[in-house]
Design a protein around this ligand. Structure first.
Ligand code: 5GP
Length: 190
């Protein structure tokens, strides 16, 4: 998606060789007009899948998922990263290793909100090694729902996640795929 690629080039900052900081429009301050175009693009890619719910992970996926959901006209569920007394004890759980934080945590989704009748679209901001998406896919699998696809804003194509998920047969669509960030210089796959 050209608009997103141009914005990454303009405002993204490369940290080391493998982290892209996009705090000024995606991960901290959020450009809602850009999210709106991203939401439309996710809808173009996945409308034919008869999506009934969008599943994302807190916190950065939530904004993107909510804007996209307005096009699909479906609810958004976000997987929680911390245990809380508010959350139903009956929950689907999965373990996720965080690329940015370097630690493993448990994600959880109440069993009330996904069931075997659903077709789920997973949405997240970044795809690196695929651990977050795999954790979410594991939750969908436990619920018996169908996984319609995985929509990613920014895929780092030089890391393994995209290959891993596509080899598993998941329909992964990324709005921008970065092929390299070596020495602070950013290039896209297409
Ligand atoms: P994965 O689970 O695919 O290894 O990593 C994806 C998750 O880690 C995303 O949910 C995202 O929050 C975070 N992440 C991975 N790489 C980056 C990056 O380069 N920049 C930012 N801002 N977040 C990232």
């Amino acid at each position: 998606m050209e608009l997103l690629k141009q914005r990454i080039l303009k405002d993204g900052r490369v940290i080391g060789n493998d982290i892209l900081k996009v705090d000024s429009f995606l991960n901290h301050q959020m450009d809602v007009a850009l999210f709106n175009e991203m939401g439309k693009e996710f809808y173009n890619q996945f409308a034919h899948k008869n999506i009934t719910k969008i599943l994302t992970i807190e916190a950065s996926g939530i904004g993107i998922a909510c804007i996209a959901a307005q096009y699909f006209n479906v609810p958004v569920i976000f997987a929680k990263k911390t245990e809380s007394r508010n959350l139903d004890s009956d929950a689907y759980l999965s373990e996720v290793f965080s690329f940015t934080k370097g630690k493993t945590y448990t994600i959880r989704v109440s069993k009330n909100y996904i069931n075997s009748e659903d077709t789920i679209l997973i949405i997240d901001d970044f795809l690196a090694n695929g651990k977050a998406a795999l954790g979410l896919a594991h939750i969908v699998e436990q619920s018996g729902a169908k996984l319609g696809g995985i929509g990613i804003a920014i895929e780092k194509g030089f890391q393994d996640g995209g290959k891993l998920l596509r080899e598993k047969g998941f329909d992964v669509k990324s709005l921008a795929i970065i092929s390299s960030m070596e020495n602070g210089k950013l290039s896209f796959a297409d």
